[in-house]
Design a binder for this molecule. Structure first.
Ligand SMILES: *Cc1c(COP(=O)(O)O)cnc(C)c1O
Length: 382
């Protein structure tokens, strides 16, 4: 893989992996997949990733915000599409005009959705969200009955169509945690209450990546995975990505910008958090915290530099990091650097970076900055 001209670092995204992972999720869950493409498809690029997920069999796409969903429509996506997080001033009328389903978590929001639909002469397609125990979005159990009753009335008046009932799990990274089952039970009860209140035969969705992969018993009608679409596992309790049949879609790459010899005992990078133990060769890699390399990876972050496995020496800077190659290294300017990838070629993985930085893989991939070019490949051969 050669560098795009003049680009310091680039994220190579394998669209074949996204297609394959989507198909794997369909098979593992046994139901339809809503591929979650919020946050620029977890840093992989919204439009291209969404297209690949559709090709891999995603009948639905999910975004956090209406703006993200509108960007998909502007790019020509015409499929089923849900946006679930509505900040003050969200373009709900725009969502309705563009046939985007919206989640409703409160009586107040239901009123706004009805008004927005009326303003553009559309029937709002609504997914009613129950808080089954995450205590984040969703209607709490005390508000659920009122929300459902008002939604049924709005449906009868022709203002909205209730498309689905849904909820979200707190332990997506531990699909066998008892809280997952407790939440599924609470969600079941919320669905029963909705049925009693006159909500007809609607769709139900509950599971993010972890349960989508490991709990087909909780798949309901649609699963809602994000991370696994991009080929990564939410955590050890879910399993290793390769064992789950997932292929990491992103390889973060750079090239060596400078190599030089230094003496023993010199301080390296800001604040001298690393000191050379011997006369050695240092290499400069032009990627830093502005590009998503966590500063917490100072003296820790693993890299494959010219085929040599090494790690960051000293402080992560805004635009660059330094590695200590050792005195014998033959690495030279222009050599390939893999920050993380699928790990098959000995390069670090996003999980290695999460470990080295005290965070989770979600944060590693979604924080890749705008300076990092996204380069799409379609490697069906792997
Ligand atoms: C982000 C998100 C998902 C996807 O979660 P993963 O753990 O990435 O699979 C699903 N549902 C909701 C509501 C989310 O916010």
């Amino acid at each position: 893989m050669t560098a795009p001209q003049g680009v310091a670092a680039w994220a190579e995204v394998d669209l074949a992996a996204i297609r394959s992972n989507t198909a794997t999720l369909r098979n593992a869950s046994g139901v339809d997949v809503m591929a979650v493409v919020k946050a620029d498809a977890y840093g992989h690029g919204l439009i291209e990733s969404a297209r690949a997920a559709r090709e891999g069999g995603a009948t639905w796409l999910g975004t956090a915000f209406v703006n993200e969903a509108l960007a998909l429509r502007a790019a020509g996506d015409e499929g089923l599409l849900l946006a679930w997080l509505h900040p003050q001033g969200a373009d709900l009328s725009g969502a309705m005009s563009a046939n985007i389903d919206v989640s409703v978590s409160s009586v107040q929001l239901l009123g706004q959705v009805i008004d927005a639909a009326r303003a553009v002469g559309r029937v709002a397609r609504v997914h009613l969200k129950a808080d089954s125990g995450l205590s984040r979005g969703g209607a709490s159990s005390s508000e659920w009955d009122e929300l459902v009753a008002l939604a049924v009335r709005a449906q009868r008046s022709g203002a909205i169509e209730i498309v689905a009932l849904w909820s979200h799990v707190a332990f997506g990274d531990e699909p066998f945690h008892p809280a997952v089952d407790a939440q599924a039970g609470a969600f079941d009860r919320a669905c029963s209450a909705a049925a009693s209140a006159g909500v007809g035969d609607v769709l139900r969705h509950f599971s993010s990546s972890g349960p989508a992969l490991r709990r087909p018993d909780l798949a309901f009608d649609i699963v809602r995975p994000g991370l696994a679409v991009y080929g990564l596992s939410p955590g050890a309790a879910v399993g290793e990505a390769s064992e789950l049949g997932l292929r990491p879609a992103m390889t973060l790459r750079s090239t060596v910008a400078q190599v030089k010899s230094v003496e023993a005992g010199v301080g390296v990078s800001y604040s001298y958090r690393y000191t050379t133990a011997q006369a050695t060769r240092l290499a400069l890699i032009p990627i830093g915290y502005a590009d998503g390399i966590p500063r917490a990876a100072t003296n820790q972050g693993p890299l494959l530099v010219g085929g040599q496995r090494t790690q960051i020496a000293g402080t992560v800077c805004m635009d660059q990091v330094v590695v200590d190659l050792g005195p014998q290294s033959s690495v030279s300017v222009g050599d390939e650097v893999v920050v993380f990838g699928d790990g098959i070629d000995g390069a670090p993985t996003a999980a290695d970076w999460a470990h080295a930085s005290g965070t989770i893989v979600y944060e590693i991939i979604t924080r890749i900055g705008p300076r990092v070019a996204r380069v799409y490949v379609d490697d069906a051969q792997r």
